[in-house]
Design a protein around this ligand. Structure first.
Ligand code: DQA
Length: 156
């Protein structure tokens, strides 16, 4: 008899992948730090990877802190889990941390670069205090690993 696998149901909520300030410039912005993949290319690869796990993706970018907070609040009821690259706001925003804490669903924090190899002000991420896990320094691949990790957590 066919058994339903959690996360494989057609009714599974999407994974939200949220991207913060300046990530819309990927591809041309400091490529030696962030790589050459554009955000649109990452979004496409992420959706394909999620599909292999039976999930759809809601992929968004905003340069505005409040909009990211609104989306994290929306994710409380509309998402299975969240992948968040809050970019520079990771290092400054207590409000984004508060929204991440209120999520009550798995959240994977992603950074393309490895902030620990960079300026000291990047070594603290407020988001990490609420994240289920953190992936950094692996470029666009980090997003795909985050999808694998989140899908694994959601199937458990
Ligand atoms: C980043 C790292 C942040 O320190 C930086 O402000 C970004 C991108 C990353 O993906 O490596 O904008 O989040």
């Amino acid at each position: 008899m066919a058994r339903k696998t959690p996360g494989k149901t057609t009714g599974a909520l999407p994974i939200y992948v949220l991207n913060g300030p300046n990530l819309n410039l990927l591809g041309t912005r400091e490529p030696e730090v962030y790589g050459r993949a554009t955000l649109a290319e990452i979004g496409k690869a992420v959706a394909e990877r999620a599909k292999t796990h039976g999930f759809s993706v809601t992929f968004r970018h905003s340069n505005h802190e409040g909009e990211l907070i609104d989306w994290l609040q929306e994710a409380r009821t509309m998402a299975s889990g969240v992948i968040l690259n809050a970019a520079g706001l990771s290092h400054t925003s207590v409000s984004l941390l508060d929204a991440a804490r209120a999520l009550d669903k798995p959240l994977i924090e992603v950074h393309l670069s490895n902030p620990y190899r960079r300026e000291p002000y990047r070594r603290r991420s407020y988001i990490s205090e609420a994240a289920t896990g953190v992936i950094c320094g692996l470029g666009a691949t980090g997003y795909l690993l985050a999808i694998d990790a989140l899908a694994g957590l959601l199937k458990d």
